[in-house]
Design a protein around this ligand. Sequence first.
Ligand code: G6P
Length: 440
Amino acid sequence: MDGLKIVTIGGGSSYTPELIEGFIKRYDELPVKELWLVDVPEGNEKLKNVGALAKRMVEKAGVPIDIKLSLDRREALPGADFVTTQIRVGQLGARAKDETIPLKYGVIGQETNGPGGLFKGLRTIPVILDICRDIETLCPDAWLINFSNPAGMVTEAVLRYSNISKTIGLCNVPIGMRMGISEMLGVDVERVHIDFAGLNHMVYGLNVYLDGKNITDDVLNKLVSGEGMTMKNIVNLGWEKDFIKALGALPCPYHRYYYQTSKMLEEEQKDYAEKGSRAEVVQQLENELFELYKNTELSEKPKQLEERGGAYYSDAACSLINSIYNDKQDIQPVNTRNNGAIASIPAESAVEVNCVITKDGPRPIAVGDLPVAVRGLVQQIKSFERVSAEAAVMGDYHKALLAMVINPLVPSDSIAKDLLDEMLEAHRYYLPRFNENVVS
Ligand code: G6P
């Protein structure tokens, strides 16, 4: 095998060392010969810092991966086999606004849900579609593996508004749920299998298996006692016992924003008063991580990286790339074209389901339909994603307002409008399609 060329856009991310570790440990079966780390000028310092660590990591591991850095993706893309995207348009400053402005209106402020999710999408989708156009001309046979949030909405946008069909959206919530359950049960994560179905950050575990035996009820019983099952960035408030039993499926950590809205809003407002937004907490973590990365003695992924909610994202990406490259036909939960896997979601929409991963990409495993009790919320979020994506592509104020109003976390049309107007102004610089006179 003459090896692969992989391009990572957003390569200056603090998560990149996990990606490097993932390629190093798989090198024998996934021989990456060239890995380009690409970022924007604002991220140049981070890129040089992370890039130097990446080079030390591969050198210490003794694997011949040629790490290249660039601020110009068009220089990096030609001949790429896989393009991964992990971008945060507007960096953490924009995320802080997404998480704090809604709180002023008594609305959940969150990175990928509610008004924050809408604006993360409005900022990110145009940039990802520009990248798709470059992929089309410079590496048309490449796979696009996206884990820029909101990953589900972004995948929906790429499927609907680009010519890139070889695209997969990735998230670490499913692996996080499997790890949470394996820790709860005190077993190896490989023994736990979950039937995932839904959307990104809106995915349910319809059934849980241990060594092939259905243990869903046992797991739900443990959940209600507050055991396990959340991420570093989402508080675990426990669940009402009778609700979870009635639900009969495993909610993901993000469902707390929908099934425990008032309690989560209270927590957010308390946390914000005490320690600032999650973005500010993460900025502190990032500063510490980049200080660590500067240390030329460091040549491995630091443990501190597991303090981020996005831990294991990159390893999921490496595992996915490995399974495509080697036609492993194993089962992985990814965001891909529904193709009828979930009956109540349009065939051409993006869903997050278990797929058989082949050399031709993910093959979604049929779910049938979602339980009646969860179908409505999933369809409402899919409507929100589709209208948000259209608003992002068109720079259309009325579509953006419609998306804001139909989001289940926004209580009224007047609050939606006030929130939209304030957030459009706050993010003005990163929304060129809404502001012709802003050159991004
Ligand atoms: C989770 C989600 C990611 C999200 C991350 C935030 O893992 O799956 O999509 O970006 O948490 O973590 P952070 O540490 O940045 O708050």
